[in-house]
Design a protein around this ligand. Sequence first.
Ligand code: CTP
Ligand code: CA
Length: 224
Amino acid sequence: ENHILDQLPLNGKKVLITAGPTYEAIDPVRFIGNHSSGKMGFELAKVSANLGGEVILITGPSHEKVTHSLINTIPVTSAQQMYDEVHAHFNNVNVAILSAAVADYRPKEVADQKIKKKDKTLTLELEKTVDILASLGEIKKHQCLVGFALETNNELENAKAKLKKKNLNLIVLNSLNDKGAGFKKNTNKVTIIDHYDNITRYELKPKSEVAKDILTEIIKQLNA
Ligand code: CTP
Ligand code: CA
């Protein structure tokens, strides 16, 4: 037996985390993506593992790296691949934290040859990707389901609406308006809202510290 691990709050718990952007192919050499670095998700994975959790980290293309005996990293590229991996593991986890910046739309058709330069304009038709977080909200049982919200206006209202609509336990609102918060940065400023409408605002701080705040809220939910 490991008595030290027994005292860690996530000992014996499985945590699924999504991180990074997704890339949606246009043709064999091009894609639609976004500036997500994956940092927030990787920090969440590290903190979860340090608290004793067994982590499945499903990440889109990212420069972040982590080696930890409790973290199993599964790299994916597209929203559909991320959806497939998430659903392959969701039934076996206690907590799912979806911090990935999943593309909302993808090219409706993927050209199988490189698209050649021709006319003055080029129009791509896009179709919605599947909402991974919402799909988990529909099937969740015991799991603590945590989503993120990136908003530029009506932040609280929009975040609360997402929490309800996607059937979440917690939503982490990212405030992009603050200097130092958001994409590519090492710091973040968040507000956490639970399903009883309790709102907690946090200071701007390193993403490693933000990850601790988020996991503290999750552990409270697990123990409630
Ligand atoms: N999300 C997801 N699958 C998608 C889109 C989003 O799992 N196809 C998740 C994100 O990981 C995040 C949450 O949904 O946890 C909210 O993402 P966000 O982009 O803020 O909201 P959307 O629901 O996509 O709505 P919109 O972009 O229009 O604000
Ligand atoms: Ca979105």
